[in-house]
Write a protein that binds this ligand. Structure first.
Ligand SMILES: [Zn+2]
Length: 339
């Protein structure tokens, strides 16, 4: 399994680090679990059984343990349960499947009908959600900093998009290729939400994790694609560290080389493109990004420039020079030249 398949958490380590340093117990325990995940290159074997040719969801309940997959509480076609968390996970997997299937003609995240599995109520007050290479896992949040991680459809879309990247471009989860991996998850996570809500690019909030921060936290979300660096500014969480331009690129060894930080740059390029093209962001802008990640031309260690050039080529191949020039202009807005 490649590094891209390791457990990718939605809340970056630097956020939990800061909370833990202030003595926030739930953050300290969440961080300890995440570190364990990162160090434990997941060795789960992918299912080898021939898949059914339709969406197949299974939701497990860890009942606050760290055992996966937990007790099965809802299967495909099963009735809603009294547990809203279970139903949100089920519906979120369905909404993510719908975007890829209906818009891009992709059959599940591997393109081959991979069953979509999720586990909810993982750990106690666990302040994170992650894709472990095989399934989605959601914590309940501690209720002080974060609420239930099934609350945000874009968080669910984000994590499953890591699966799509894993099965396609396989971008290394380190440095610029890692920031691209993170950005692709934010892009498609946001598109899942926009598609489900029927929002145009100018109606969308372009936030990742809106509604995830508990009441009293100064912030609106985990990240902003529209205005990177402005999602939160809180005494406990610190300030959103994302740059929107290469001039402010952050060189760091933390966070796998700033994968959740510098992702602000390609995130903002996508936002610029989607709003410049107008209409539904999942149509032309999303299609170009989808073609790029699944096109087979990206190296595992692609940097921002290589990715940007591939999107210009994809825009020209799928559409025309006018669209390709709009892609070039979007990257130029964030300080990346594709010439
Ligand atoms: Zn991620």
């Amino acid at each position: 399994m490649t590094a891209a398949a390791r457990r990718c958490t939605i809340v970056p380590p630097f956020v939990l680090d800061r909370l833990a340093e202030q003595g926030h117990e739930a953050a300290r325990r969440s961080l300890a679990l995440d570190t364990l995940h990162r160090d434990n290159r997941l060795a789960t074997a992918l299912a080898t059984a021939a898949p059914a040719h339709h969406l197949t969801r299974t939701i497990g309940d860890a009942r606050h343990s760290q055992r996966l997959p937990g007790r099965t509480v809802r299967i495909e076609g099963g009735a809603a349960t009294p547990d809203a968390t279970v139903n949100r996970a089920y519906d979120g997997l369905g909404a993510t499947f719908a975007l890829y299937e209906q818009v891009y003609g992709r059959h599940s995240i591997d393109g081959a009908w991979l069953p979509l599995d999720a586990t909810v109520h993982y750990g106690r007050d666990y302040d994170n959600a992650f894709w472990d290479g095989n399934r989605m896992v959601f914590g309940d949040g501690d209720g002080v900093i974060f609420v239930d991680f099934t609350s945000c459809l874009d968080v669910i879309g984000h994590e499953l998009a890591h699966g799509v990247t894993q099965y396609s471009a396989g971008l290394d989860y380190q440095g610029q290729s890692g920031a691209l991996n993170e950005s692709l998850s934010d892009v498609f996570g946001s598109l899942v939400k926009q598609y489900a809500a029927g929002q145009s690019a100018d109606q969308a909030d372009w936030l990742i994790g809106a509604g995830l921060l508990a009441p009293g936290v100064h912030g609106v979300a985990l990240r902003s694609m529209k205005d990177p660096g402005t999602a939160y500014d809180d005494e406990r969480l610190g300030k959103d560290p994302q740059p929107a331009h290469m001039d402010d690129y952050v060189d760091t060894a933390d966070d796998n080389g700033g994968v959740h930080i510098n992702s602000g740059i390609p995130n903002h390029a996508f936002y610029q493109l989607a709003t410049a093209l107008g209409g539904s962001a999942w149509e032309r802008a999303g299609q170009i990004w989808y073609d790029t990640v699944t096109g087979g031309t990206l190296a595992h260690d692609s940097d921002f420039t290589a990715f940007a050039r591939a999107t210009v080529a994809a825009g020209r191949a799928r559409y025309d020079d006018t669209v390709a020039n709009t892609v070039t202009a979007a990257w130029s807005e964030v300080g990346i030249s594709t010439s």
